[in-house]
Ligand binder design. Structure first.
Ligand code: ZDP
Length: 283
């Protein structure tokens, strides 16, 4: 299996065209490839597939084998891959995902994709859409959740995938690495959730620590950065155009007047390779 290793702000993915959903056990393959000791190592496995409704179709699997609806950093990596592999000459793409058609716009110079601005579509805010159980039926804003004896305040947002944005005063003093998995698997989130711990630094600036569903702590999360800006502007804590500081770097987010969220950030190819183990016999 030929693959590319591409990351967005250190959120890293294995991308390939050599996996066939009809023939391969994708959950098992994702677990094997994403393993950092027994495999290639990645925060997710991304399949580059043809589409009847759009230019391409993207499927994304977490390191635990679960399939996510969408992936913000991953779709920038996806756009870089299809353009630089010569699969398209378009710089405005439409990509089919389980969260609908997402539209990356490529900034190209010297034949290389330098940056990608993605129309991530509209955030979904009702409890049923996210989904959140035991709250709602409408939007869940600054609701209380107690995990491990700690009272947290969360706002729920779906960017196609579920997010709980937890506003905190001081990230350095919060044991978010242990709270993250407890929130991820809390019964309030029937499909589990990604968790963003967010400390507002200024009117247009926020620091975010990410605990990803099915992946754990990662250096960045594109859909999570969008969810954080939506949640915090909804609750009057941040402007709709803001910079999100993540451990791996910054993303620029705009929740525009047309209700669409736009995310701008980089993607970098690190290496290509051949995976040598038999995909049919993966442990
Ligand atoms: O929704 C989920 O299960 C996520 N773990 C998918 C990956 C999201 C990602 N971090 C992003 O950038 O949006 C890749």
């Amino acid at each position: 299996m030929h693959f590319h290793k591409i990351h967005g702000l250190g959120n890293d993915f294995v991308l390939t065209r050599d996996l066939d959903p009809a023939r391969h056990d994708l959950a098992r393959t994702a677990r094997a490839l994403c393993d950092r000791h027994f495999g290639i190592g990645a925060d997710g496995l991304i399949l580059v597939l043809p589409s009847e409704k759009a230019d391409f179709s993207m499927r994304i699997f977490n390191p635990d084998g679960s399939e996510a609806e969408m992936c913000g950093n991953g779709i920038r990596c996806f756009a870089k891959y299809v353009y630089e592999q010569g699969l398209t000459e378009k710089t405005n793409l439409a990509v089919e995902t389980l969260a609908g058609i997402i539209k990356p716009q490529l900034k190209v110079s010297g034949g290389e994709v330098q940056e990608v601005r993605v129309d991530m579509g509209r955030p979904r805010l009702t409890a049923a859409e996210i989904p959140v159980a035991g709250f709602g039926p409408g939007p869940v804003r600054e609701a209380e959740l107690t995990v491990d004896g700690t009272k947290l305040t969360f706002t729920a947002v779906s960017m196609g995938n579920p997010h709980a944005v937890i506003q905190v005063d001081d990230l350095a003093r919060l044991p978010w690495q242990t709270l993250g998995p407890a929130v991820e698997s809390h019964s309030a989130f029937p499909r589990k959730t990604n968790v963003e711990f967010a400390q507002v630094l200024g009117p247009q600036e926020v620091q975010v620590a990410v605990w990803e569903r099915g992946a754990g702590a990662t250096l960045a999360c594109g859909t999570g950065a969008c969810a954080a800006v939506v949640a915090l502007s909804l609750t009057g804590r941040l402007e709709r155009r803001s910079t999100v500081h993540l451990p791996g770097g910054d993303l620029e987010i705009l929740w525009a007047e047309n209700d669409h969220v736009y995310m701008t950030g980089p993607a970098a190819t690190v290496f290509t390779g051949e995976y040598l183990l038999d995909l049919a016999t993966l442990a």
